[in-house]
Design a protein around this ligand. Structure first.
Ligand SMILES: [Zn+2]
Ligand SMILES: [Zn+2]
Length: 192
């Protein structure tokens, strides 16, 4: 006589809602699905997470409070921790490339924001991650300078060198277009 199993259908465990028994122990269906695990005796439940993902969990996992989500909860927690770390590593007065951190701003889309002053005097609001990763190094003037330099270098070139530069550019563009066309082709191929 098998042990009485509590029906968990419809119950909620954290973000998980139990839909139904995923399969019955020792039934043909179950043996087919897990042929190597016929001795497996824990009931398995099909659950849907708040994020929309479906997962299979055992009674022990659910009732023991070991599973509160499909795994998205842990992922969010980790992302939160790294955000916290980023906030802690940045201090007002710190200098990152051309930016000096002034003060904290309200979060934007759950990203930590900082008001920074650029060496050129401009103010700029920058995300924590953009500061620490070096994705943003200035108010934007660095980029302008960079392009100015390129333009200057180009202006200093001889006529032949300029022609070669233009030629290279044209070739690069052509290659890029060919690559895109090939990509499109393969996408179409997949669709068929
Ligand atoms: Zn989830
Ligand atoms: Zn600047």
């Amino acid at each position: 006589m098998p042990r009485q199993i509590r029906d968990l259908s419809g119950e909620q465990f954290g973000r998980l809602t139990v839909i139904s028994r995923a399969y019955y122990i020792d039934t043909e269906d179950y043996c087919k699905r897990k042929p190597k695990k016929t001795k497996y005796s824990r009931p398995i439940w099909l659950c849907v997470c708040e994020c929309g993902k479906e997962v299979e969990k055992s009674s022990a996992q659910l009732e023991g409070n070991r599973c509160r989500s499909c795994g998205c909860l842990a992922e969010e927690h980790l992302a939160d921790m790294s955000k916290q770390r980023e906030l802690k590593t940045i201090h007002p007065g710190d200098k990152y490339n051309k930016l000096t951190v002034l003060h904290r701003l309200p979060n934007k889309d759950s990203h930590g924001m900082w008001m920074c002053r650029c060496e050129c005097g401009n103010l700029k609001a920058v995300r924590s991650h953009s500061i620490t990763s070096g994705a943003v190094k200035s108010c934007g003037c660095l980029r302008v300078e960079h392009f100015k330099k390129i333009q200057q270098n180009y202006n200093n070139l001889s006529k032949e060198e300029k022609a070669r530069c233009r030629d290279d550019k044209r070739k690069r563009r052509q290659k890029e277009e060919e690559r895109r066309a090939a990509e499109k082709q393969s996408e179409l191929g997949h669709a068929i």
